[in-house]
Structure formats: C-alpha cells, structure tokens
Design a protein around this ligand. Sequence first.
Ligand code: FAD
Length: 512
Amino acid sequence: MAESTKQKTVVVGAGPVGALAALYAAGRGDNVEIYELRGDLRDPSTTPLNFTKSINLALSERGINSMKRANCPGLLEAVLDETIPMHGRMIHGQKSGEVYEESQSYDIHGRFIRAVDRAGLNKRLLDELEKMPNVKFFFNHKLTGADFKRNRAWFERRDSPRTDHAQNPTQGAESGRADEIEVSFDFMIGADGAHSAVRYHLMKFARMSYSQEYIDTLWCEFHIGPNEAGDFKMSPNHLHIWPGGDFMFIAIPSLDKTFTSTLFLPEPKFMELDTNGSAVITFFKENFPGVIPNLISEQDVTRQYSENPHLPLISIKCKPYHFKASVVIVGDAAHAMVPFYGQGMNAGLEDVRTLYEFLDAHNTSSVDPAERKAAREKALDEYTQQRAPDAAAINDLALRNYQEMRSDVRSPVYRFRKYVEERLNVYLPSIGWATQYSRVSFGSERYSEVEKAVQKQGKVLLGFLGMTMVTGLSWGGWWLWRWNRASHSGRFLSKWFYIMGNKVEQFGRRYT
Ligand code: FAD
C-alpha cells in the first residue's frame, strides 16, 4: 500500500490486549502508534505491572488462538514455551483431622490451560512490535482528551528515565503544548484497561449504556517459594484451590518453581483480620489446611498479608463499543470482569481476533479513504452487535464461577453433573454435549452460545433426573404393592400406613 493511502491507527494502552491489537493493525500495513501511560515494562526502572495486577494468569484456547492468528512467526511458540500446563484443579481440604488433596481434571480429553507470567507475555508482544517498521511507541503518555468527530486526541507526556523508543517524544505525533501533545488518527483502538480514558471520552459521543459493579470480595497476593531442593512445593500441573465457602485461597505455578497465590475474601472479613496480626495465622490454619507452615511460614503470611495491597474486583458492562468509524474499545476497557473463569485477558485477546475478522470481511483496506471509512463503520457496528452480548455472557459466567470454585467443587451434585456430562461427551459425541468449563476454556464457541447451550443441558439433565425419579418411584410402588398382596395379604402396607398416620397425627399435635 502506498504510504499516503496507509491509515493511521492509534492504540491506547500497551497491555496484552493493546499490544496484540497493534500487531494485528501493523500486520495489515497500518501506520501504528501505541500510547502507554507507564514506561516500557521491559525497562527495569519501570514500575512492574503486577503492582496492581496479578503476576501470573491462566492462558487458554481463546487467547492462544488469537495470538496464532496474528501471523507473527515464532510468537506463539515463544509464548507457549514459557507456560506451565495445568491439567486440573487440586482441591485441598481436611477430613477427620487429615489434610488431603484431590485432583479434578479440567477435561476428559486431557486438554489443559496454561499458567503464564503476565509481564513475560506482554514483553513478548512488545518485542514483536518493536521489529515492525510501521510501529512507533510512546511510553509515559497518558490519554487526557479525545474528539472522535474530528479524530484528534490529547496525551500528557510524563517524565521518565527512558522517554520512549523514538527518543524524540514528538516524532510521529503532532505538535502541542510542552506537556501535552495533540495526535490525529484515522482509527483509535482503546485498550487502556478497566478505568479506560478512551471509554470515558467515547461516552460523550456514543449513546453508551454502562454499568459497573464492585463485588464484595477483595484479593491479596502471596508468594510461595521453592522447597529446599529448589523445586516446586506442590504439583506444578494444577491450579490449587483451598475452597472456603464464602472465600478461597488459590495458587498458580510459575516457571521459577514458585507459586503465586491469591486470597479472595469478603471485605468485612479483611477488615476483621486487619485489626489483629495473629488472627491472620489462625484464619489460615483453620481454613487452608497445609498452607502454614508447609508452603508459607507464619511470619511470611503475616508480612505478605500486611505488605501486599488488598485490591477490589470490578465487573463492567457497556454498549456500544465504538463511535462511527473513529474508535473502538477492547479488553478490560470494554468488559472488565471478575477473574474466576480465568477469561479476562483471554476474552480481550479474542476481542482483537473478532474485531479484525469483521474489519477484514469489509473493504477496510480500500485505497479510497471514504470507502475505507464507510466499511470500517459497518464493521465496527457489526462487531459491537456480536461482541457485546458475548462479553456480557462471560462477565456473568465469571461471577457465577466464583461460587463453583470457592464451594461447589466439593459438592457431590457438582461432581455428579461433571461426571455425567463428560461421559455423554465421550460416548455420545453426536449430541454435542460438553461441560461449561470445556466450552469456555477449550473452544472458541461464542460465550453467549455457551451460556445458552449450558442452560439447555441443565434443563435436559434435570428433566432426565426427574423422569428417572418418577419412573423409579412408580416402579418401586408397584413392586411393593404386589409384594405386599402376595406375601402378606395386604397386611404389611396397611400396618405401615397406620404407623405413618399416627406419626403424622403426633407431629400435628405437637406443632399446632
Ligand atoms: P490492562 O492489562 O489493564 O492494560 C491496560 C494498559 O493501558 C495498561 O498498560 C495501562 O497502563 C494503560 N493505560 C491506562 N490508562 C491509560 C491512559 N489514560 N493512557 C494511556 N495508557 C493507559 N485473565 C485471564 O485471562 N486469565 C487469568 O487467569 C486472569 N487472572 C486474573 C487474576 C486477577 C487477580 C485479576 C485482577 C485479573 C485477572 N485476569 C485474568 C484478567 C486480566 O488481568 C485482564 O483481563 C487483562 O489484563 C486485560 O488486559 P488489557 O490489556 O485489556 O488491560
């Protein structure tokens, strides 16, 4: 494409979703500029992202597939090389004073999710971008304003030891005040996280419906070091869970043989523990068997509890995600969710793949700017129509999955349903039965379709269970009646009814 016909795409936010979006845009020949509030996270002097974000994450099919489609040779292999397979959950508990572990595989076909270091994944994506001649980085640039009718945005430049890759901070950007620059664009992709400034400005242009919810639970991260031999202290191929009913403690493996653990606890309980240091130790000992002292010492639990931040969890839904042909929001900016399905980043990466499927399906690479604009507007419209219900579905599923992780995993009903559904999947593949977890984590079916399919499966299972019970009871009753008539000439049942009648009468007298 001739230089003059290239479109300028500005990506706001160089987190995992923004970086992938920039790769997709650059791969299509756009001139891409990435503006990021923080410094380059590959620079050791930059405040690590995990100051406010979890250190490691669960990467699954949707995220992997979206990176595969970025057409960057070697990218996916490099990312996957630095992951640890997690084949299932390891449930930790205590029965009759004995600490136990119970492995629950994620998938009957052996498919697994992967633990990945958030910063490592993000750095890989930035490294790929760095290789592309049509990409420019602007680190330490904060979006402060945007006019989506005139396609202009304003960024505040912040001091940093390494201003940006371009050395000259205004290179590629248009002039502005010393501390603020004005930037023009054809297309802006807002990937600036849950507290998105792009979304804030988009609201002034699009008639956006918006809702957000802070759940009652806070999270606090802990670190479990390697054992004395320098190895993992527990199985590295599981996501470890200590379910607590209303709260839980989880641990995800890291390549350096450590685990990153997270305590999810209702805020009032945090406040209760905050007032007394030793209460934290008692709480851990009572609720998370085997953690103290095997995995973390008493001192470390107390220290990490008080030093590490206790952070909130937000769930955001909004619609539309775009304004005309100018701007679209993706990732947490469009649909931050609670982390209990391990899907936040995966869904964000899938946004990028889906968005570009729509853009590619229309003539957005036309050399005629007007035609390109009209095509992009159509594509963005269709993207919002499809993606908003999908994002709403995974937001809801993520909220519901908290109940499953912190409590249901121990329930026989949950295990029975999982068992039945997995057997149906294996022995009757033609009926397309699958567990909710495998639909979400090992496939690319639309989230809203997953929600519908799982509800339908639940109804069929309940109906089947109801029918089995009615048939069983009818058959049992008929058998009892025949047996009573044949062997006791009807006396057994009359006696039984007589006794039951008396009991009901006694019960009635006592409580009326
Ligand atoms: P972010 O990662 O938030 O990146 C946004 C970027 O935009 C940042 O770099 C920020 O500095 C920049 N920015 C912000 N404002 C501006 C501005 N005004 N101007 C310029 N730049 C700006 N997801 C999973 O898939 N699997 C998991 O296992 C998982 N576990 C999680 C555990 C916890 C405890 C939490 C809290 C989340 C978890 N998530 C998980 C969710 C995941 O972290 C997010 O969905 C993901 O980070 C979103 O990526 P993003 O690029 O959209 O946003």
